[in-house]
Design a protein around this ligand. Sequence first.
Ligand code: ACO
Length: 337
Amino acid sequence: MVTRPSVALRRVKIAGLATYVPPRLLTNADLEKMVDTSNEWILQRTGIRERHIVDPGVATSDLAKEAALKAIAQAGITPADIGFIVVGTTTPDMMFPSTACLLQHKLGAAHAWGFDLGAACSGFTFSLSVGLQMVASGLHEYALVVGADVMSSIIDYQDRATCVLFGDGAGAVVLAPAGDGEPHILGVANEIDGSGGPALQMPAGGSLRPASHETVDARLHYVKQDGATVFKFAVRKTEEISRRVLADHGLAPTDVSLFVSHQANRRIIEAAADRLGFDERTVIINLERYGNTTAATIPLALEDAIREGRLKTGDLVLLASVGAGFTVGSVLLRWSL
Ligand code: ACO
């Protein structure tokens, strides 16, 4: 069913973007000493060389704060101007309070409300979709959208099939109303498919299996994944959701200036990009230096694209993600910074 909003929606732009990764590196050579793997295997099967990992005592809200402060400054506002905060994360500091509450306090964003959003690797695209509505509806002038994860807190560094894949990081954008003629976010397309749940999950620590000696002994507080199932789903759905959001706006892959896929595996991104007909000039891949930072990969890739001079105002940018759930997200926008 299509429902039409009863109020006129405002156009919304990205007014600030920033990222943060912790300084400590975990390289493929380090992992060779921890599990039975090799730099060659990791590079060839995933494209990852190194990841950033937090020191003990550093949490998701700490990474989020660093990215958010820079994004807020870039937008030319102060934390007090933020009306709404959404934090896409799979690794909140704790079950409650939400990371959004902890971040609000750390930022001194005294007038903001907000919440966490659980969509795994689609955490940033889904959070952007929610923040967009808050500003488009006129409920708030400025929304802070964060994707942040400390994946090292839920990774089993005895499991070679998962521990090579993930890293820690955060990205934040400030959303604001777009003026007449200014580039803005065109739209979103999102899906979930809960039948994919068993393929990628952390089995214990929630209400189904609360933490106990047994769950800890069975190593159930770590990411468990059927890599091949996730891989195939990610390639297929990244293509499908990209085509759908483009078609919704009467656009085609040939119109896209920059394709920013969630960064899980180089082979997933290249296979999806190939199906969409994108050449390497249209695709950004930076997971070599970060691994899969879950909700942070897309802002990290956007920031690298800016740094490399690959994004200019008005460019058509397509964001796409697939994550545990399964979740599938996409955002189509004209670049506004
Ligand atoms: N080092 C060396 N060998 C390894 C390693 C490792 N780190 N990990 C697995 N292997 C072995 C396996 O044990 C297997 O050995 P076997 O043939 O003797 O049984 C062999 O390598 C091949 O294993 P596969 O699982 O078939 O390897 P594949 O090429 O499929 O790559 C991978 C595995 C990288 C996990 C891939 O399936 C993948 O990327 N899947 C997507 C998962 C993902 O990115 N999840 C992140 C969250 S969801 C998302 O972001 C979309």
